[in-house]
Design a protein around this ligand. Structure first.
Ligand SMILES: *[C@@H]1O[C@H](CO)[C@@H](O)[C@H](O)[C@H]1NC(C)=O
Ligand SMILES: *[C@@H]1O[C@H](CO)[C@@H](O)[C@H](O)[C@H]1NC(C)=O
Ligand SMILES: *[C@@H]1O[C@H](CO)[C@@H](O)[C@H](O)[C@H]1NC(C)=O
Ligand SMILES: *[C@@H]1O[C@H](CO)[C@@H](O)[C@H](O)[C@H]1NC(C)=O
Ligand SMILES: *[C@@H]1O[C@H](CO)[C@@H](O)[C@H](O)[C@H]1NC(C)=O
Ligand SMILES: *[C@@H]1O[C@H](CO)[C@@H](O)[C@H](O)[C@H]1NC(C)=O
Ligand SMILES: *[C@@H]1O[C@H](CO)[C@@H](O)[C@H](O)[C@H]1NC(C)=O
Ligand SMILES: *[C@@H]1O[C@H](CO)[C@@H](O)[C@H](O)[C@H]1NC(C)=O
Length: 240
């Protein structure tokens, strides 16, 4: 067997390998949208250099203003660690008000995207967090928000752009994972789409005060209520 046939075989193998990669180009959902969600956008073929699909979404309903920006596209970069990555969380400020953030990378396949509207609050946990929001401010007047199970308290500041740039402060109950809290608080500023996350503080949600806050005096009243001592005894006690 000559050296020539060997290199020919190698070349043929190499070409076959290239052909296989070439017939399977990556397809990603591709969409750039404001105020309308990219929901149901189907994947379309990327440029040849694409390695991953990326998707980010920020949406909020705070006061009487809502915001929604979403982008899904092909990326020439591999995801960190060459595996899917996903940072998705919502900060719930009140029954209706929220700030939602999602950043996903899907290695070699299309991202499903996430819903623009967070799951309904069930407030199933007996815990609560201080909650409020404000633009261009360092403090806001806190109210108490009841949390769902496994939520923690979050206070975050981010620069958001909606025509003009504003610094948003938002506090509330969040389904953010502790690993995301750690990564975001260690990572410093992070730009995702049109949002610059500046600071994220996470704390455990506090137990809500029980429905009988002054239990000792109430308990005392209730004890007397069920068994009033005879008037004569009361009079005797008073005269002592
Ligand atoms: C948004 O997506 C489109 C197409 O998917 C892409 O061309 C564009 O660069 C993206 N924009 C941003 C800001 O990521
Ligand atoms: C996406 O598809 C589902 C199921 O077909 C439909 O119910 C929903 O309204 C669609 N959403 C949008 C934004 O078109
Ligand atoms: C963002 O801009 C849109 C359109 O100009 C407006 O309807 C909406 O209220 C703005 N949202 C915020 C939070 O300012
Ligand atoms: C992405 O990963 C693949 C497979 O591990 C590698 O061949 C390629 O060079 C990487 N691309 C970039 C841009 O890092
Ligand atoms: C997308 O959804 C499909 C079916 O629900 C699931 O198998 C797949 O793992 C999801 N992909 C990502 C990147 O989450
Ligand atoms: C996070 O905590 C630090 C230290 O307590 C504080 O200075 C900062 O204002 C907090 N940031 C937010 C967004 O709550
Ligand atoms: C926040 O301040 C910036 C710059 O001073 C301004 O352009 C923007 O409209 C302000 N945002 C709000 C919501 O007031
Ligand atoms: C984060 O961004 C803000 C606003 O642009 C800036 O004032 C601050 O110095 C930045 N912090 C870091 C750690 O880069």
């Amino acid at each position: 067997m000559s050296a020539g046939t060997t290199s020919c075989a190698l070349l043929a193998g190499l070409l076959a390998a290239l052909a296989i990669t070439a017939v399977e180009p990556l397809s990603c959902a591709q969409c750039d949208s404001t105020l309308v969600s990219c929901e149901n956008v189907s994947a379309t073929v990327c440029a040849a250099d694409a390695q991953s699909c990326v998707a980010w979404l920020t949406s909020s309903l705070l006061g009487d203003t809502n915001m929604l920006k979403q982008n899904m596209s092909c990326s020439p970069s591999n995801c960190t660690g060459h595996g899917d990555t996903s940072v998705v969380f919502t900060v719930r400020v009140s029954g209706e008000e929220f700030f939602h953030f999602a950043n996903q990378c899907c290695q070699g396949r299309s991202c499903n995207g996430t819903s623009a509207v967070p799951a309904a609050a069930d407030q199933s946990s007996n815990t609560e967090c201080p909650a409020c929001f404000g633009y261009n401010t360092t403090s806001c007047t806190e109210k108490t928000q009841k949390c769902n199970k496994q939520e923690r308290c979050v206070s975050l500041t981010a620069d958001v752009t909606n025509g003009t740039q504003s610094r948003l402060l938002v506090k509330g109950c969040s389904d953010i994972s502790s690993s995301t809290c750690g990564a975001l608080s260690a990572g410093g500023n992070q730009t995702v789409g049109d949002v610059l996350l500046i600071q994220v503080n996470c704390t455990d949600a506090a137990a809500s005060p029980t429905p009988k806050p002054s239990s000792s005096s109430q308990g005392g009243l209730r004890a007397w209520g069920g068994f009033w001592p005879p008037a004569g005894l009361l009079l005797a006690l008073l005269l002592l």
